[in-house]
Ligand binder design. Structure first.
Ligand SMILES: Nc1ncnc2c1ncn2[C@@H]1O[C@H](COP(=O)(O)OP(=O)(O)OP(=O)(O)O)[C@@H](O)[C@H]1O
Ligand SMILES: [Mg+2]
Length: 146
């Protein structure tokens, strides 16, 4: 098994951006990143950091209405999904998700909880937790799906 476990604590948005920029250096074409975390946890902020870290200058926002946003960074396509409204495998098919998985681009998924069984082995799982004590603290745990 490929053990991978990194934990980061951030005190504000810019520390999360910096953490994500560092994390992005690990990424290779075809990698999948699946977030777990509530509304407002910081999934979109982390994505912004990844896109910046890869050299992209696109504006990154939650693709809630579009389902998927595409950015280009360092000659690579990044497909940023929001699965908040995806409730079935049929919904998922209609987004083109399975085709994007084969595209060689980097796939980033908010609300991956909704498509758990369709997250491939080897995907990075990024869990972002808030804390009770400070509104701006986040505990970010990165593991790999077996
Ligand atoms: N340490 C932190 N890291 C990231 N964001 C933080 C932090 N502290 C406060 N914030 C704030 O939390 C919010 C995170 O918003 P973001 O859009 O990234 O959440 P999200 O997880 O994508 O939510 P949604 O599920 O609604 O799309 C921002 O307003 C950001 O400024
Ligand atoms: Mg978001």
């Amino acid at each position: 098994m490929d053990c991978f476990n990194e934990v980061f604590t951030t005190k504000n948005e810019s520390e999360t951006l910096k953490t994500a920029e560092e994390f992005s250096k690990l990424l290779k074409p075809g990698d999948v990143i699946a977030y777990k975390g509530n509304m407002g946890a910081g999934k979109t902020v982390f994505t912004r950091g990844i896109v910046r870290g890869l050299g992209g200058d696109d504006a990154v926002s939650s693709p809630t209405f579009a389902i998927v946003n595409e950015y280009i960074a360092g000659g690579l396509s990044i497909y940023h999904f929001d699965m908040y409204r995806i409730k079935s495998i049929n919904d998922l098919y209609s987004t083109g998700y399975f085709d994007y998985l084969e595209s060689g681009g980097i796939i980033i998924i908010e609300w991956s909880e909704n498509i758990e069984s369709a997250i491939p082995a080897g995907a990075y799982i990024i869990n972002i937790e808030t804390t009770d004590t400070n509104d701006n603290c986040r505990i970010i745990t990165v593991t790999k799906k077996e």
